[in-house]
Design a protein around this ligand. Structure first.
Ligand code: SF4
Ligand code: SF4
Ligand code: SF4
Length: 183
């Protein structure tokens, strides 16, 4: 059974947030409580007169060493055989220990339900042989979803705004393919 991961090219990202919107729409995310499974964060670096900003699209990275799964006291946070990390809403007690240990801010408390939610890699789509909604709509292919065997050795483990790959071993790589070329 293949595992999957994310490839992200900051040079292609135009900060359109279509990935965020597709995620909200497909998954019916309750935006009234400020939960976002995928979010585009603008990271600033450099100094005047040459400041640099870069947009980074981030969700759950379905880490190989998922610290959230280890931290969860009720086993509500669990991993499927294909590596997708999921929250069992019935077992979740909203303690937010998963959020405390996640380096990427993925688990978020829904203040209405009192349960934690996060990206589940659109498992309903994956089970039907489809790509996650966010990767499907990205107009520049800045965000891609691919088998991890083809992805893990590409690009860098340093994620702008998040630093080097953490001990959680995220399935996320940063590539620079530039316009007009694909890796
Ligand atoms: S849809 Fe693609 S280009 Fe637009 S913000 Fe998301 S990753 Fe960037
Ligand atoms: S990104 Fe965070 S929530 Fe997702 S698997 Fe990794 S540690 Fe868990
Ligand atoms: S994989 Fe699905 S749930 Fe996860 S961020 Fe993308 S659209 Fe949202």
């Amino acid at each position: 059974m293949p595992f999957y991961g994310w490839l992200f090219d900051p040079k292609r990202c135009i900060e359109c947030r279509a990935c965020e919107s597709a995620c909200k729409q497909w998954n019916g995310v309750d935006t009234s409580v400020n939960v976002r499974y995928r979010r585009v964060k603008v990271v600033e670096s450099g100094k005047y007169p040459q400041p640099v900003t870069v947009a980074v699209s981030m969700a759950c990275n379905h880490c190989e060493n998922a610290l959230c799964v280890k931290a969860c006291p009720t086993h509500a946070m669990w991993r499927r055989d294909d590596g997708i990390v999921v929250v069992n809403q019935e077992a979740c007690i909203g303690c937010q220990l998963c959020a405390r240990f996640c380096p990427y801010g993925a688990p978020q408390l829904n203040a209405t339900t009192g349960k934690t939610e996060k990206c589940h890699m659109c498992l309903d789509r994956v089970d039907e042989g489809l790509q996650p909604a966010c990767a499907t709509v990205c107009p520049t292919e800045a965000l891609r979803w691919a088998p991890w065997d083809e992805t893990r050795d590409q690009g860098s483990t340093v994620i702008p705004g998040y630093g080097p790959s953490s001990t959680s071993s995220p399935r996320y790589r940063v590539v620079t393919t530039g316009w007009g070329r694909k890796s």
